[in-house]
Write a protein that binds this ligand. Structure first.
Ligand code: NAD
Length: 509
């Protein structure tokens, strides 16, 4: 018997076909077209076919979100929070299944996929609690017998456009605050991870989000993403992705005066000073540079090394990097999985060619020789030394397992080099000197700073986001996430029974 899934169907001969989720129903695209998602560790493994969405599909989803919004925004926030709790519990129950599906679809090793799902669980529970907080202010009025307060109100329909590298965590980081504050959502995942998105939305439906509050439309950025961004009934868009995509979205949303929250590219650096614990630094650098095959927004792609420790640091990095095992992320022996797709590997290869001209290749810089890895999109973890701060290698986001080492003399030069990038997401310093650590916390121009830890490992109850070309001033996670999805409404209640004029009647005539 063919296995039937709520979102898709399969015969034994063909991969399953999955559908959009609109108004609480699994629905085909009006285009009739579909696209495939494949396992990057073995490109012959087809995970499924997904709907190639259209502007008409988006319009249906927006209508459903609009209808659902009337009731949802009037549902008491603690009740909305209860559904988020139920969803968090379901995610926890299905964590292993989702993590395995994630590794199969985008390649990261299983332990990291579990961490990705855990971020979803954490934000679901954190935001569920916001259902009972969501604090505004009550404040004294300048006039007698008058009450003054401010409350958060939902904006309406939130367009959620997400990348593939955190296919559960990032959609949850956006949808949980959007929903608990009373918005409804139209969600467009990356076309590299539509299966993760489908599994996520299945659980949201099971948790009890009413039909139409959560709508999923799969498809390309040009067809589905643009239609969400341009739809006049979607007043707020939350986007994570490439800086250039973000710039285009910002131009479109600006023309319509929409609210837009963006989390974009990074070029994160780790400073290693002469007094650092080198073994600790090497552990942090390897985890930050080659975890998720270098495809984290917070991945470390620049090491800024104080010259007295440059040689021992390079020696240890080279030795440890050569020992990393490439393979399918589902294999417990694997340290580094594949890149997400062939264009991603071609991009890495292009940058490595530039590096060969401008810098000194320490290790990697090629496809792995192991025959079985030929089925997937693998690339050897790569290190370049002798990189100057303004070289292309040190300036452009590669989004792959490529690390550049820049030599400097002392803290001052290191801080200048660290800040010499258009991006500003995450940074780190390894030093044993507390005063220097505090100078770095002050001086590093990034939204996140780590001391004696790598550039990755954000926790969901703190604000997450970057400065400069990494974003546009919003933050995800923490209380700050509520700001993206709510308007402030200031309310005055005059119980004096007479006309009282603010700014006039409290002044001497
Ligand atoms: P991407 O910009 O190619 O795609 C992101 C999403 O935008 C996808 O769903 C895509 O289909 C959609 N899209 C593409 N064109 C669009 C358009 N014209 N209109 C609307 N939507 C469109 O990014 P990606 O390759 O999926 O992700 C990698 C990038 O994401 C990297 O640059 C990485 O640094 C960044 N990222 C940033 C953070 C952060 O928090 N700062 C987190 C994760 C990833």
């Amino acid at each position: 018997m063919p296995r039937m899934a709520p979102s898709g169907e399969r015969t034994d001969a063909t991969p399953p076909t999955f559908r959009h989720f609109i108004a609480g129903e699994w629905a085909d695209s009006t285009s009739g077209g579909t696209f495939e998602s494949r396992n990057p560790a073995d490109l012959s493994d087809v995970i499924g076919r997904f709907q190639g969405g259209t502007a008409a599909d988006v319009a249906r989803a927006v209508r459903a979100a609009d209808v659902a919004g009337g009731l949802w925004r009037r549902t008491p926030a603690p009740k909305r929070g209860e559904i988020l709790y139920a969803f968090g519990a379901l995610l926890a129950q299905h964590k292993e299944r989702l993590a395995r599906a994630m590794t199969r679809e985008m390649g990261k090793v299983l332990a990291e996929s579990r961490g990705d799902v855990q971020e979803g669980i954490d934000i679901a529970f954190l935001m569920a609690g916001e259902g009972r907080r969501m604090f505004g202010d009550t404040t004294p009025s300048e006039l007698p017998d008058k009450w003054a307060m401010s409350v958060r109100v939902p904006i309406g329909i939130a367009g959620i456009v997400t990348p593939w590298n955190f296919p559960i965590a990032i959609p949850c980081w956006k949808m949980m605050p959007a929903l608990v504050t009373g918005n409804t959502v139209v969600f467009k995942p990356s076309s590299d991870t539509p299966h993760c998105a489908t599994l996520l939305v299945e659980l949201m439906a099971e948790a009890g989000f009413p039909p139409g509050t959560v709508n999923l439309v799969t498809g390309s950025g040009a067809d589905v993403g643009d239609a969400i961004v341009d739809n006049p009934d979607v007043p707020v868009v939350s986007f994570t992705g490439n800086t250039e995509t973000g710039r285009r979205i910002a131009e479109r949303t600006a023309r319509r005066l929409k609210r837009l929250s963006m989390e974009l590219g990074g070029k994160n650096g780790i400073v290693v000073l002469a007094d650092a614990d080198l073994d600790l630094a090497v552990d942090g650098i390897l985890w930050s540079a080659f975890g998720t095959t270098g495809q984290r927004c917070t991945a470390c792609s620049r090491v800024i090394a104080d010259r007295p420790v440059l040689e021992p640091l390079l020696e240890r990095l080279e030795r440890r990097t050569r020992a990393l095992r490439l393979g399918d992320g589902l294999d417990p022996a694997t340290d580094v999985g594949p890149l997400v797709n062939i264009p991603a590997r071609e991009k890495v290869e292009g940058h490595v060619e530039v590096g060969r001209r401008d810098a000194e290749l320490v290790t990697g810089g090629r496809l792995p020789a192991t025959a079985s890895l030929g089925r997937g999109v693998f690339y050897e973890p790569t290190i370049f030394a002798g990189v100057a701060p303004m070289d292309r290698l040190a300036q452009e986001e590669i989004f792959g397992p490529v690390l550049s080492v820049i030599a400097v003399d002392g803290y001052q030069e290191a801080a200048i080099a660290l800040n010499q990038t258009r991006y500003g997401l995450s940074s780190s310093i390894y030093t044993r000197d507390a005063n220097t650590a505090f100078r770095a916390m002050r001086d590093f121009e990034t939204g996140i700073v780590y001391v004696n830890a790598g550039t990755i490992g954000a926790e969901t109850h703190l604000p997450f986001g970057g400065v400069k070309a990494t974003g546009n001033g919003h933050r995800e996670a923490g209380h700050a996430a509520l700001d993206t999805f709510t308007e402030w409404k200031s309310i005055y209640v005059d119980f004096s029974g007479r006309l009282q004029r603010a700014q006039i009647d409290n002044q001497p005539a």
